[in-house]
Design a protein around this ligand. Sequence first.
Ligand SMILES: CCCCCCCCCC(=O)SCCNC(=O)CCNC(=O)[C@H](O)C(C)(C)COP(=O)(O)OP(=O)(O)OC[C@H]1O[C@@H](n2cnc3c(N)ncnc32)[C@H](O)[C@@H]1OP(=O)(O)O
Length: 158
Amino acid sequence: MHINTKNLKAIQDLYPDELAHCYGCGKSNPDGFQLKTYLVGDETIAYFTPQPKYTALPGSVYGGLIASILDCHGTGSAAAFVCKNEHISLVDATTIPVRCVTALLKIDFKNPTPMGVELELKGKLRSIEGRKIWVDMTLTANGIICATGEILAIRLKD
Ligand SMILES: CCCCCCCCCC(=O)SCCNC(=O)CCNC(=O)[C@H](O)C(C)(C)COP(=O)(O)OP(=O)(O)OC[C@H]1O[C@@H](n2cnc3c(N)ncnc32)[C@H](O)[C@@H]1OP(=O)(O)O
């Protein structure tokens, strides 16, 4: 079920302007993917429909693209979960006070990811250990899990 994100704030849209150029998720990068991650209850969600130029085998999506969007969904999710954990409200926020970068990213490609359909990315917090945030992710197409991911994001020091 596609969650209506119309009235939700994307985590990446809360990154300060000077940090909003990431190729995967920066709102200020017109050539990038501009992935948007939303915190919904205890999990995060993002939707993305790849363009045909990101084809691997005919009809399926290139694995690097899958890794790329899970990378950005993972760091966005990590920042969201830290805020939730520290009771930092994002409802009226204009910027997010937490910056997380990827230290480690693992992707398991379980099934070919079909081209031409909307992909659903989900994230769940596994643990927060000091500056280390572990997030488990799934990427689903047509109700089938095509990839799972795990990320270790590191919260940058102020
Ligand atoms: C507003 C923010 C906007 C963010 C933009 C979106 C990001 C999109 C996603 C990305 O593509 S980010 C780009 C790719 N990632 C990088 O370029 C990160 C490169 N690596 C680094 O800059 C540093 O290695 C890093 C900041 C991740 C960590 O350096 P630190 O000096 O801050 O921490 P340190 O090395 O002390 O590690 C902290 C803890 O993490 C652990 N750690 C670090 N890297 C690890 C690793 N690879 N595997 C396992 N553990 C790791 C490390 O052992 C340690 O554990 P303990 O606290 O238990 O001792």
